[in-house]
Design a protein around this ligand. Structure first.
Ligand code: GLA
Length: 393
């Protein structure tokens, strides 16, 4: 595949195949700990083996040319590294532009223009972080092309800033962190308050991770996402009138239950309850997995979904239909929505010898109830963002 992408690069941009370099950043799936990265909580995502490839070469002028094999109808998008402003017409290429802009803002010296061809095999807009993947692969290629002195965690933070300040989506740090720091066959327990993290092996024995894509576009995702963040902030500021806490997830469930009367609005109270309980569930779930109790991990995934459905209200008809159909199947250990919600994907743990019947049954029930076709991917937990070695050719 890499060889074909390099040839395509030469077809689009000219020159020789010998002076191009290749990079990759994965997509991610979050196993548990949803909508709490921006509440100072613990999340448990992992990198996928699918992701975004980038083939790049420096130029001798200041021109920046970006091309995506996923959006060929947009042709090559051309601009200058001296003129990086958000442009709605530039669509997907605002993500890489945002990362270049942020690096420049931070004082990193991008000394010339460059050409990049991107190709992603993550389903777009499905909640598996195709946008964070293109951001982080851009940071990794810039570090390499321009010999920048920057570590992965700083690239992760900078990619999040690009999304917050350049794109205008107020996301937390989870996606970029999982994509930058992922490790094969390991999930990451990340404390989003301190950025302390620890790897935890995903040993599922005779089971696999199956991602079920609702193919329901996440239309309201950005506006509702920001609304949830505001609701949590309101709840926090009311709690702070009596408690000295910096984020909702600093409370244990027992402490929250004692103080929840301070939150005057019933909806805000439910949002805060989700955050506090989801944080506790995530820490419990990781302990269970580390002790080899996959069944208990699955139960906590199910409870996470219920809380996201009832208290946080970020699920929706399609995701609920998918997850409820999954719960009914033989060989399902746990299933929940993953990512921001309002459409996108569910993540399920399924026994290997039941995967076929699982897909057939869930697919049938889902289409019957929603009139949409679902897609299923049996996924592997892959490595984080990196330069691809020539040896892989
Ligand atoms: C999106 C955001 C993340 C996180 C999840 C919900 O993926 O980018 O920061 O908040 O939603 O857990």
């Amino acid at each position: 595949m890499l060889k074909a992408l390099k040839n395509e690069f030469v077809n689009v941009f000219g020159g020789s195949i010998n002076d191009v370099s290749s990079y990759f950043a994965p997509g991610r799936v979050n196993l548990i700990g949803e909508h709490i990265d921006y509440n100072g909580g613990h999340v448990f995502p992992c990198a996928l083996s699918v992701g975004t490839y980038a083939i790049a070469r420096k130029r001798n002028d200041n021109i920046l040319r970006l091309y995506s094999k996923n959006f060929t109808e947009m042709n090559v998008i051309e601009t200058s590294i001296k003129d990086l402003s958000y442009d709605k017409r530039h669509d997907w290429s605002n993500y890489p532009k945002g990362v270049i802009y942020m690096l420049q803002q931070e004082g990193y010296s991008i000394t010339s223009g460059f050409d990049v061809l991107f190709f992603g095999n993550i389903p777009n807009g499905a909640g598996l972080s195709s946008s964070a993947s293109i951001e982080v692969v851009t940071a990794v290629l810039l570090k390499d092309l321009f010999s920048l002195q920057i570590g992965m965690i700083d690239m992760v933070k900078l990619s999040q800033r690009a999304e917050n300040e350049f794109i205008g989506v107020n996301c937390g740090i989870m996606d970029q962190f999982a994509i930058g720091m992922g490790k094969q066959d390991q999930a990451i327990l990340l404390d989003c308050d301190t950025l302390d993290y620890q790897y935890s092996p995903i040993k599922l024995n005779n089971m696999s991770l199956v991602i079920a894509n609702t193919n329901k576009k996440r239309g309201l995702a950005d506006s509702k996402y920001n609304e949830r963040r505001n609701e949590c902030e309101r709840a926090l500021s009311q709690l702070q009138q009596e408690l000295s806490i910096a984020s909702l997830c600093q409370l244990t469930p027992a402490q929250f239950d004692q103080s929840k009367h301070l939150i005057s609005n019933e909806v805000d109270r439910r949002r805060a309850k989700h955050a506090v309980y989801e944080n506790e569930r995530t820490m419990q779930a990781v302990k269970k997995l580390q002790n080899g109790d996959i069944a208990a991990f699955g139960q906590l995934m199910n409870q996470s979904h219920i809380s996201l459905r009832d208290d946080y209200e970020v699920s929706g008809f399609e995701l609920d239909t998918m997850v409820e159909a999954a719960w009914k199947q033989d060989g399902v250990i746990g299933a929940r929505m993953t990512g921001a919600g309002f459409g996108g994907c569910a993540v399920c743990i399924v026994e290997n010898n039941k995967i076929e019947s699982f897909i057939a049954n869930v697919s049938k029930e889902y289409t019957l109830k929603t009139k949409l076709e679902a897609d299923f991917y049996v996924v592997e937990v892959g490595e984080g963002a990196r330069k691809l070695e020539e040896v892989l050719l």
